[in-house]
Write a protein that binds this ligand. Structure first.
Ligand SMILES: *[C@@H]1O[C@H](CO)[C@@H](O)[C@H](O)[C@H]1NC(C)=O
Length: 304
């Protein structure tokens, strides 16, 4: 009930304006339904149906505020990233965290590069390198920032067909990465270092970008890294048709292909176990396979 319709002379008409705030504060900070993820801000998140559901759950439990706590928080686009662990948060965000002095961010970046290159002298100078791919995980989404060192450019390769030139979700990541990487190249006397620092970021407009796909960004990323050669014109074809059922079936095939590669990779410590299991699986009858798949599907929830 709003302040406007409140009549202070009517004894049966209680003013309950602040109740909404109290209710939201309660929902947000009290013990939570363990199946319900919270989202910041509470006002954007809780709707009537959810409140009714929560109320029922609490009444059923016999008490208020005693449901099991759930720390999971759904990330909100405008909000800062919320992570389970402060150190990880720092780790993931240090690139564009303006509260960390530039030199500190640079030192960490340099350390990471050296680590990634396994201190391989030849690679560390990026002298003979054409393209550098940075897979980025931000806001539960994967995309690629590709730095071209031969024809200096910073290309953002994202499967999402967003209208925005640079979606808010990127925050300053592409630009800060460009600055940090240019500084690194200066340090190793790379010929493209200063040109790179001055280039404009670009988003590549692939015609297979998607509007309704929220699950395959990782598959897109791997395909993009596999096929992008620095040509962002129509000449770049990655084998994916425009968004359609057909595209989905190609994506599904790619997903299988990449999963197989990961499972059978030499660095996978479970590799031999998986090969043994595959051999066992191959001997099963169609009936047994169907049974296994059905069971696997039922137990799917437990694995997530
Ligand atoms: C695509 O490649 C062809 C052959 O290399 C080239 O002639 C053409 O200019 C390219 N198209 C664009 C838009 O760059």
């Amino acid at each position: 009930m709003s302040k406007m319709t409140w009549d202070e002379t009517d004894r049966g008409n209680y003013y309950c304006g602040p109740l909404l705030v109290l209710l939201l504060a309660y929902l947000e900070f009290m013990r939570n339904d363990k199946n319900e993820k919270r989202q910041i801000h509470a006002l954007h998140f809780w709707d009537y149906e959810m409140i009714v559901k929560r109320e029922k759950a609490e009444l059923k439990s016999g008490d208020f505020g005693t449901l099991e706590w759930n720390d999971d928080v759904i990330e909100n686009d405008e909000e800062s990233d919320t992570d389970e662990n402060e150190d990880m948060k720092l780790d993931r965000q240090f690139i564009f965290d303006k509260y960390i002095p530039f030199n500190e961010r640079f030192d960490k970046f340099e350390l990471n590069i050296k680590d990634a290159m396994k201190k391989d002298k030849e690679l560390l100078t990026f002298e003979k390198v054409h393209l550098v791919f940075f897979p980025v995980h931000q806001k539960n989404h994967f995309y690629i920032i590709c730095i071209n060192l031969e024809e200096p450019a910073v290309d953002v390769i994202d499967n999402r067909n967003s209208v925005a030139k640079f979606p808010k979700a990127y925050r300053d990541a592409p630009n800060e990465l460009k600055i940090l990487f240019s500084r690194y190249l200066m340090r190793v006397n790379h010929k493209s270092a200063s040109t790179l620092e001055g280039v404009e970021l670009e988003r590549v407009n692939m015609n297979w970008r998607t509007r309704d796909n929220h699950v395959d960004c990782g598959v897109f990323c791997m395909r993009h890294m596999e096929t992008y050669m620095g040509d962002k014109t129509v000449n770049w074809t990655c084998g994916l048709p425009k968004e359609s059922k057909q595209q989905q079936s190609v994506l599904n095939e790619l997903r299988i292909k990449y999963l197989t590669k990961i499972l059978l990779s030499d660095t996978n410590t479970y590799r031999s176990k998986i090969i043994a299991q595959t051999a066992k699986f191959a001997k099963k009858t169609n009936e047994e396979i169907k049974d296994l798949l059905d069971k696997g599907w039922e137990k799917r929830g437990e694995r997530i």
